[in-house]
Design a protein around this ligand. Structure first.
Ligand SMILES: Nc1ncnc2c1ncn2[C@@H]1O[C@H](COP(=O)(O)OP(=O)(O)O)[C@@H](O)[C@H]1O
Ligand SMILES: N[C@@H](CC(=O)OP(=O)(O)O)C(=O)O
Length: 458
């Protein structure tokens, strides 16, 4: 059997629902389907998840929210009306949405999680009704009913291991089981969501839990490309790649698949097929175990992201001081900040971290504490930090690869401030300024993917 996940763009309106129904009905192996909330219908549109966040913020601020609720309801109404569903279906959706405003929650974070989750919950309910109206036998499976248990971090939850025992015991109904993505329930029975884009994670959990032969993840592109299509024009498609290549590239910024969705697939050794809802006959990208994989190219993909900041510390004889790093990381730990990378020299150390975790106040406190406890000769805060990652199973044993990566950067006048060859040996990390990050990706992409004669012409 297969678990199929449709992203928000695939479930954005009735036109997309038609494609989803056709895909589900084309293969009886597609027995479990995971829904996202309706996404963007066109460039500039607003995802239902973002409307729900606005709705929650308005409720929390005791502000007017009826326009927001009407806007959310209209997204579901267009689909329900297209399929001429019984009025009760839309009535139920509207009532559930409206009741959120008066429901009691333990705190504002759990309240936000519950609001957000309703985008996928109500779309799951709607898709169930649509599939039944289209002649399939579909049953709605609430994450609580099927046993999807998550940690009690309301907006960044992780799956708990007992989920897999629960899923193994769950008696799947005949026909299609429709499960909303993006959230589960804590031990205490509260809704908690994964991080943004987390419906991919639900699909992977169900694939492992139900021991699927294949996890099909449908989106709005023909698979994974060697670079983000918004950065490189018509990037080369990747026909096949490994789990760890996908994990590194998603982590690095390929938004097409959530980086935390790889682990359940690895644990269950479930192959993933990323496909296009708008072009379902295209083979898409297969993401497979490392064993038996033969890389076709030195580099599989190049990615950059610019949500980093760094703290640079310099102190003479730092290399001789036992416990310096420990003390420094303790400061980060005390403030609940995790770091991403830590390149170091004899007397120098840079800590690179995701700056989305920081407030301006926290930044000031961090600097003051580091100054007071570590007594560095130099402490520099660097906000203008982007990381470009070059990833490929084929990189490990290639002589001269670093030179092949760096030469086009020299030619493109990109200043590289940090180089870190990942311990995994399948990735190379480069620090640049934010403004040079896209140039870096384009230059490395051209060097590895465009034949030299075409580069000259271009
Ligand atoms: N390397 C890449 N290959 C393919 N798509 C990518 C890549 N990097 C970023 N993307 C973007 O990811 C988008 C799909 O992800 P997302 O918007 O989350 O889809 P969905 O709504 O289906 O979950 C694509 O439209 C594309 O713009
Ligand atoms: N709807 C949620 C979860 C999700 O996975 O969405 P999508 O499949 O559209 O990336 C979000 O916007 O974060």
């Amino acid at each position: 059997m297969r678990v199929v996940k449709f992203g928000g763009s695939s479930l954005a309106d009735s036109k997309q629902f038609e494609k989803v129904v056709a895909i589900m009905q084309a293969d009886p192996q597609r027995q479990v389907v995971v829904t996202s909330a309706p996404g963007k219908r066109e460039h500039g549109d607003i995802k239902v998840t973002d409307l729900l966040i606005r709705y929650c913020q308005q409720v929390q601020a005791h502000a007017e929210f009826s326009d927001t609720v009407a806007e959310i309801v209209s997204r579901y109404a267009e689909i329900a009306e297209h399929y001429q569903l019984a009025a009760g279906v839309l009535g139920h959706i509207q009532a559930e949405l409206e009741s959120l405003a008066t429901e009691q929650f333990p705190d504002a974070d759990y309240q936000m999680a519950a609001f957000k989750a309703h985008g996928e919950k109500l779309n799951g309910y709607l898709l169930t009704a649509v599939l039944n109206a289209a002649g399939s036998h579909a049953v709605y499976g609430e994450p609580k009913t099927i046993g999807l248990v998550v940690s009690d971090v309301p907006n960044d939850a992780e799956v708990q291991n007992e989920t897999y025992a629960n899923l193994a015991k769950f008696d799947r109904p005949d026909g299609i089981l429709v499960v909303p993505g993006f959230y589960g329930y804590t031990e205490a029975g509260r809704i908690a969501t994964f991080s943004r884009g987390g419906s991919d994670i639900t699909g992977a959990i169900l694939s492992r839990g139900f021991n699927a032969d294949l996890y099909e993840n449908f989106t709005d592109v023909d698979g994974v490309f060697a670079a983000d299509p918004r950065v490189v024009k018509h990037p080369a498609p990747i026909a096949k790649m490994t789990y760890r290549e996908m994990r590194e590239l998603s982590y690095g910024g390929f938004g097409v698949f959530h980086d935390e969705a790889i682990l359940p697939a690895i644990e269950g050794q479930i192959p993933i097929n990323l496909k296009n809802t708008n072009h379902p006959t295209h083979a898409g990208t297969m993401i497979v175990p490392e064993a038996g994989f033969t890389p076709q190219h030195a580099v599989t993909g190049i990615v950059s992201s610019d949500h980093f900041s760094a703290i640079y510390l310099h102190r003479y004889l730092l290399n001789k001081e036992v416990g310096f790093t420990l003390k420094l990381l303790q400061i980060f730990y005390d403030h609940g900040i995790n770091y991403e990378h830590m390149p170091s020299g004899i007397d120098d150390l840079t800590i690179i971290f995701d700056n989305r975790q920081l407030t301006p106040e926290l930044r000031t406190t961090l600097c003051q504490e580091i100054q007071a406890k570590m007594h560095p000769d130099v402490l520099q805060w660097i906000d203008d930090y982007a990381i470009t990652m070059v990833v490929g199973e084929g990189m490990a044993k290639r002589i001269g690869l670093i030179q092949r990566v760096l030469t086009p950067l020299v030619m493109a006048n990109v200043h590289v401030t940090m180089i870190n060859e990942g311990a995994s040996q399948i990735s190379l990390m480069l620090g640049t300024s934010k403004t040079q990050a896209n140039t870096a990706v384009q230059a490395i992409y051209n060097a590895f993917f465009i034949p030299v004669n075409q580069q000259m012409e271009g």
